[in-house]
Write a protein that binds this ligand. Structure first.
Ligand SMILES: [Zn+2]
Length: 437
């Protein structure tokens, strides 16, 4: 234990003195920019993170081909509410990812506001048919973990369009999933039910949602006009990027550490999930830099297409199943580059016992919460191989403010917070590489 705390301090010193995660993140955000699956940005990100992995000292760097969906936003969306006093109110909207676009002339219809699905169902087809449904569900600020509030509100983004279409609605406006009131609409994937008509769906900024709601309550809104230009193109070839440090004693026992390389198109995808990618590269670099070689193989993986398809995560697990190696642990960082609070574990009881025994080693770094449940979307498909899944849990207070919005930029990331997160990730990878799991 004492020996381990010395090694972990060495890892920490290396990362804080010579770390490259922050400069790599700057490159990814400023030189590459948005990285939506199938875009030129995503292709450049594949190339550049492969370079970063080589520079980090990976023994081998390779690409795993996978087909990805290609959804494109097109020209800026337009939304307007026409009011009874003859004026019109602009609506601050963005199309939801994977949404169909409106016809060329847009759609114009009366709008009905609901707070939740219960209110929608109570209205029934009589009040919904031919209209635009406005879901105004506010994220519950009472949840201390903002991911919980996000999960509750997220169903309106994912299922809202099809639930409204089932009652005859022709379009949907969803209140942005953010706990703060501001003018930045957040995108994110919606999921159509194949049995319902696909209707255009947009997110409105939280301040816009409040304003629209007030106007509706005052019976001021005559009609709403929406025009979006998004469409789904043919799937295209893309890649996961993998960098490997071969284990010195148990090379066939694989530890995966990763984040997702794709991002939404509205911003630089700094916290979501540029940070997870550059942290994973830094895990490899710092392990190599402190000398020696991990006993077990460490793979840093940049997963493609987490946001709108999970094709990369599924492909990685599909290939893993054929490799005939032991995928003992996978760690994902996809909750922002903020100060680490701890980890969430999805593992069997023996694995959990071992992981918990290491908790004291993380105390000096403030990663104190070792919680049941967790992992990450991209590593989830590995569960079928008995892999222990671990999610890095950073402080969640500010993440949802900028998640999937134009505000998720490099400047929103703190170098020290990013590095501290990398320290605890590397410490966890080091311990599993040393002792197995
Ligand atoms: Zn993400």
């Amino acid at each position: 234990m004492n020996q381990d705390s010395v090694v972990i301090k060495k890892i920490s010193d290396e990362i804080f003195m010579n770390g490259t995660a922050y400069s790599n993140l700057k490159y990814l955000c400023k030189q590459v920019g948005q990285r939506l699956s199938g875009s030129a940005g995503a292709a450049l990100a594949v190339e550049q993170t492969a370079r970063m992995l080589r520079e980090a000292g990976a023994d081998t760097v390779y690409l795993q081909p996978c087909m990805v969906p290609q959804w494109v936003r097109g020209a800026k969306e337009i939304g307007t509410a026409s009011l009874n006093n003859g004026k019109s109110m602009p609506l601050n909207i963005v199309a939801l990812g994977m949404s169909v676009g409106t016809p060329a002339n847009g759609i114009t219809a009366a709008v009905v506001e609901v707070k939740n699905f219960a209110e929608l169902d109570a209205m029934g087809p009589d009040q919904v048919k031919g209209k635009i449904v406005f879901y105004n569900f506010r994220m519950d600020p009472r949840h201390i973990n903002t991911f919980r509030a996000y999960g509750e509100a997220g169903v309106y983004r994912s299922q809202g369009p099809s639930r409204a279409a089932a009652l005859g609605a022709i379009g949907v406006i969803v209140r942005t999933l953010s706990p703060v009131i501001d003018d930045h609409p957040h995108t994110g994937a919606t999921r159509y039910d194949e049995n319902q008509p696909k209707i255009p769906a947009v997110a409105i900024s939280t301040s816009g949602a409040e304003e629209l709601s007030k106007a509706i309550a005052a019976k001021m809104v005559k009609q709403v006009y929406l025009k979006t230009n998004c469409k789904q193109l043919e799937d295209v070839l893309s890649y996961n990027v993998v960098g490997e440090l071969k284990g010195s004693e148990f090379p066939d026992e694989i530890i995966t550490v990763g984040g997702h390389l794709d991002s939404w198109d509205l911003a630089e995808g700094a916290h979501d999930d540029g940070t997870g990618c550059v942290q994973s590269i830094e895990v490899l670099r710092s392990l190599k830099a402190i000398g020696g070689r991990p006993k077990r193989t460490v793979r840093a993986v940049m997963f493609m297409n987490e946001e709108n398809g999970l094709r990369g995560g599924n492909k990685y697990a599909e290939i893993a199943k054929m490799e005939g190696k032991k995928f003992i642990m996978a760690l994902e960082s996809d909750a922002g580059g903020f100060t680490p609070r701890g980890f969430g574990f999805t593992a069997n009881s023996l694995q959990k016992e071992k992981l918990l025994s290491w908790k004291p080693l993380f105390v000096p770094y403030g990663a104190l919460e070792f919680n049941e449940g967790g992992g990450g979307a991209d590593i989830g498909p590995l569960r079928g191989l008995g892999t222990a899944l671990i999610g890095l849990n950073p402080d969640s207070q500010r993440y949802m403010d900028l998640h999937h919005a134009t505000t998720d930029v490099f400047e929103a990331v703190s170098e020290r917070e990013l590095n501290l997160g990398t320290v605890v990730m590397t410490a966890m990878v080091y311990l599993v590489a040393q002792y197995g799991l």
